[in-house]
Structure formats: structure tokens, C-alpha cells
Design a binder for this molecule. Structure first.
Ligand code: SF4
Length: 236
């Protein structure tokens, strides 16, 4: 942690994020992450759903040993946990696994079983939003794998922006990438991906709330399918 980082107020960080968002709009993903590494050092982390390790891989090139934060909701597919373990074993990153305060059994006991079917917003708040909020407390900036082409709700994602909810700089280095760009990077760098991506899933979340996508559907159509919900609250 540098003295400069300590001296920055929330207003200064917000202004920094907004300026960087404009200045880095045309930068490459690696250039954006190098800026993040130089600006925030170890107060910067990557979050990963372990759908693939593309952003973690890019970030490890910019900042070897970078913290990669993974939310273990207790509802993940075994393939997702396996991807997390493989990333931890072979990549130059520091995987940090966050867990909710309650196990699934404890949550069931308090709220009843299958809360994800009855009140997915509450389930996500308990198992994703709150743990991430606590897990990110020590960081000034976090990077995500959000892409503008994933859905309408993500179409205006800035490459660097201000996360008002958490008071942090939010970096989306591959915001402008297409699915083809992701695939090219995966192939060129031999990046780990979740095996479910080759089994009909285009976006991988918790097992009870994720299904395979159909021909012509957008990548996130398999998340909370049949419900009005489209985002878990981490990015809203
Ligand atoms: Fe619960 Fe589904 Fe949200 Fe996972 S995605 S936290 S199971 S509602």
C-alpha cells in the first residue's frame, strides 16, 4: 500500500475512476489491468465466477500473484469448484474463497428450503452480495469479467467506472470484447475454462438458477430462466 493510495479520498477515487474510464476506453485489456496494478497495487483484486479464467490470466500478467476472489455460494456445480481448484493450482494468482455467513443447511433452517425458487433476490443477497461486500472491504478497486455484448443490462459497462454501492473503482477490462475475442484469448494462452461451457451452458452460475441456453438465445438467457431476475445484485 502506498502513501498516495492512503491519501485518496472517496471523491478523489471517484474522479480518478471516471477520468480513467474516458482515457482507457480505447486501451487494451492488458493496458487497463496494468494501469490498475500500478495505481492500486495489492489493494486491487479480480473477482471470478470461475466460468473461465480469462480476466484472472490477464490480471496475473499485469500483477503476478494478484488476488482472485471467488464466491462459493454453496450452490455451485462441481465443475465450477473444480475450475477454481485448477486455477489455484496452476496459475500465478492468489485465490481467495469467500463464503456466506450461513451454510445452505443453516439458511434452509431459517428461511425454509429452496429460497432460490421463492425469493432469489434474498438468496443472492445472503449468499453473494453480502459476502462480496465484506470480502472487498480491504480493496480500493476490483476487476470483473463483464462484457457489453452479454446482455442489454451490460451494454453500457465502462472499462473503468465507479462502484457507488461499495465505494470502489470497478474495472471491466474485457467490456468491449466479444465472445469470439474471449475464445481467441483462451485458445492462444491455454486458459482454463469451466467444462460446462462445452456442455451447452453459455453463462455459469449457481446450479439451481442456471440452465443450458437454446440456439439463438443470448449468453445470459440460462440464468434465472423463467423469472424476471437477470442479475444477482453484484453489478447493480
Ligand atoms: Fe441463490 Fe440462485 Fe442467487 Fe445462487 S444464483 S445465490 S442459488 S438465488
Amino acid at each position: 500500500m502506498t502513501a498516495v493510495q492512503e491519501e485518496r479520498t472517496t471523491e478523489e477515487l471517484k474522479a480518478l475512476a471516471e477520468r480513467a474510464g474516458r482515457e482507457l476506453e480505447d486501451a487494451t485489456a492488458l493496458e487497463i489491468l496494468r494501469w490498475a496494478a500500478e495505481t492500486f497495487g495489492d489493494r486491487f483484486c479480480v473477482t471470478s465466477s470461475m466460468e473461465d479464467a480469462v480476466v484472472a490470466h490477464l490480471a496475473s500478467r499485469a500483477l503476478p500473484g494478484v488476488d482472485v476472489v471467488f464466491l462459493d455460494t454453496g450452490y455451485h456445480f462441481p465443475e465450477t469448484i473444480g475450475t477454481r481448484d485448477a486455477v489455484e493450482a496452476v496459475m500465478d494468482v492468489n485465490v481467495i474463497t469467500l463464503t456466506p455467513r450461513q451454510t445452505v443447511a443453516e439458511q434452509d433452517a431459517e428461511y425454509g428450503p429452496k429460497l432460490h425458487d421463492r425469493d432469489p433476490d434474498l438468496c443472492c443477497a445472503l449468499r453473494k452480495v453480502k459476502p462480496l461486500e465484506e470480502g472487498l472491504a480491504g480493496y480500493r478497486a476490483w476487476a470483473t469479467g463483464l462484457r457489453r455484448d452479454e446482455s442489454e443490462t451490460r451494454a453500457n459497462t465502462p472499462v473503468v467506472g465507479w462502484d457507488e454501492k461499495r465505494g470502489k473503482v470497478k474495472i471491466s477490462p474485457i467490456a468491449k470484447w466479444s465472445q469470439e475475442d474471449v475464445q481467441t484469448y483462451v485458445t492462444e494462452h491455454g486458459v482454463l475454462t469451466n467444462p460446462l461451457l462445452t456442455d451447452g451452458y453459455a453463462s455459469v452460475g449457481c446450479a439451481p438458477c442456471t440452465r443450458r441456453v437454446l440456439e439463438g438465445e443470448d449468453a445470459r438467457a440460462g440464468r434465472w430462466a423463467g423469472r424476471s431476475k437477470t442479475e444477482c445484485g453484484l453489478h447493480g
